[in-house]
Design a protein around this ligand. Structure first.
Ligand SMILES: C[S@@+](CC[C@H](N)C(=O)[O-])C[C@H]1O[C@@H](n2cnc3c(N)ncnc32)[C@H](O)[C@@H]1O
Length: 469
């Protein structure tokens, strides 16, 4: 498999795969193409009628031989067209050789190299970068979630067919109630609240459907970012009598004698700090840093990284500090729910956004910490726990971003809110225009290439009983 220039001698049975971030707008002469590459954009480009037909064919995956058979085009002209796509924008077209073993070996080598690079980036992380970013550099709250990063709770903030016509916050609220984690006179703290949509959905839902619980409720929104906290205050203003706003860093904040019944942290802990530790220091019984002491105390299962003759590892230091803090501020019968993108046993890796880095979470280590704090836990994918319908098809993020950032502005049309559109809801939003757009891709929610709740973990912690909820 290759990503680079398309070589002239590509075998006829090579499979071409068009980048999902390319879309085009058909007109009477052919089409106008758009390609958004994160952090940049390829220039708007015209395609002839024939080229548009070829693109249409490529969008579902096609071999060179199939295209040559179907269209009246010389092999050299087809090669030139394919090369021109790559010149237009890097990575526009990939081709996959039928010689499986070689292609697979190349592919696996690329994945392994990317994994090492992402782990190396996590090892280079600075302890205070999250603090700096959220306090000083995050200056446009809405843009942050619409154009730079996004969360499941953000794209499912409107009622959605995958959640039986409820928003993510509403479905989450129902799940908290049915699993017994939210009862009357509940004191809730939400840690890391983004634009406040999640809090608002929970408060709206309680008011409308569970008024007894809403009556005695107190909801604290805890956050590090002044910009986001201003958005939270505005979005939750209708519930002013119930809400409290606290600024702070959850890794270090001292709650003194404040106690809560329920702590929620939805898609936050990837922001928190990571630390590199020496497994040799721990093994020899001489930890040198707070992170090494933590790893030793909780006997964390770390993924070793060999560097020279040293054995190092990366841990989600900030997430562990948050669990310790939650443990201190929860009431005796309290609950906590933590969700994030991650896995059970893999080393934290950097995920790079245009203005900050985040880190995947090793949930196995968080479970070890919970166990040793004496908090009972239960874990599953967010998709399964909250009850997303995995069959539901939603727009691929790459398609949506090119649509919102390139095609709609080109037409002078207002951009769409960033949501998990289904084919039906996108048609509602775009009307007839949708029929003229090529390569808008939709994926099932359980497809690994989709931005999916089934790729997120949900850890439910309980001080109340022998079992997590
Ligand atoms: C990715 S957003 C998630 C927002 C929201 N929970 C949602 O699901 O859409 C992360 C949030 O956590 C906050 N945050 C990041 N680091 C934090 C920290 N150390 N202490 C408190 N809040 C933090 C950010 O300001 C932001 O509001």
């Amino acid at each position: 498999m290759t990503n680079g220039t398309i070589p002239a001698g590509i075998p006829d049975d090579a499979l071409f795969i068009l980048n999902p971030a390319i879309i085009w707008l058909c007109d009477e002469f052919g089409s106008v193409g758009f390609y958004r590459i994160p952090g940049q954009s390829a220039p708007v480009r015209r395609f002839t009628m024939l080229e548009t037909d070829i693109l249409e064919h490529l969008s579902t995956g096609a071999t060179k031989a199939e295209i040559l058979n179907r269209f009246d085009v010389e092999p050299s002209a087809l090669t030139r067209f394919m090369e021109s796509l790559d010149i237009w924008g890097e990575g526009a077209l990939r081709w996959q050789n039928k010689q499986e073993s070689q292609a697979l070996a190349d592919h696996n080598r690329l994945i392994a190299a990317a994994r090492l690079r992402d782990i190396a980036m996590a090892m280079a992380a600075k302890a205070d970068e999250n603090d700096q970013f959220h306090k000083a550099q995050l200056t446009d709250a809405q843009r942050q979630f619409d154009q730079i990063e996004t969360t499941i709770s953000h794209i499912f903030r409107e009622p959605h067919v995958a959640l039986d016509d409820r928003s993510y916050g509403q479905a989450f609220c129902d799940w908290l109630i049915t699993s017994g984690q939210m009862k009357s006179s509940c004191k809730i703290i939400e840690i890391g609240c983004g634009l406040g949509y999640f809090a608002k959905a929970i408060l709206d839902r309680l008011e409308a459907v569970y008024p007894d619980i809403y009556d005695g409720l107190s909801y604290t929104l805890f956050d590090l970012s002044p910009e986001l906290q201003a958005a939270q205050k505005s979005n939750c203003s209708r519930h002013a009598g119930k809400t409290h706003f606290v600024s702070g860093n959850i890794e270090t904040h001292d709650f003194e004698d404040q106690r809560f019944d329920l702590a929620l942290s939805n898609e936050v802990i990837a922001d928190l700090s990571v630390a590199t530790i020496s497994l040799d220091n721990i093994q020899s019984g001489s930890p040198q840093s707070e992170a090494e002491i933590i790893a030793q105390d909780y006997q964390l299962d770390c993924v070793p990284i060999a560097q020279g003759n040293q054995r190092l590892a990366v841990i989600n230091f900030g997430a562990i500090k948050m669990l310790q803090n939650v443990d201190k501020c929860l009431n005796e019968n309290g609950y906590a729910v933590v969700t994030e993108y991650g896995s059970l046993d893999q080393s934290p890796k950097a995920v790079r956004f245009s203005n900050h880095d985040e880190y995947t979470v090793h949930f196995g280590q968080l479970e070890q910490v919970a166990q040793q704090l004496g908090i009972y836990h239960n874990r599953g994918t967010m998709g399964d726990m909250i009850g997303f319908n995995s069959n539901c098809e939603t727009i691929r993020m790459e398609s949506l971003r090119t649509l919102c950032d390139c095609l709609l502005p080109y037409l002078g049309r207002q951009s769409l809110p960033v949501l998990a559109y289904t084919p039906v809801s996108l048609k509602d939003a775009l009307g007839e225009l949708m029929d003229r757009i090529g390569n808008l891709q939709f994926l099932r929610l359980d497809d690994p290439a989709s931005f999916s709740p089934f790729r997120f973990e949900l850890l439910s912690l309980s001080r109340a009983s022998q079992k997590g909820a």
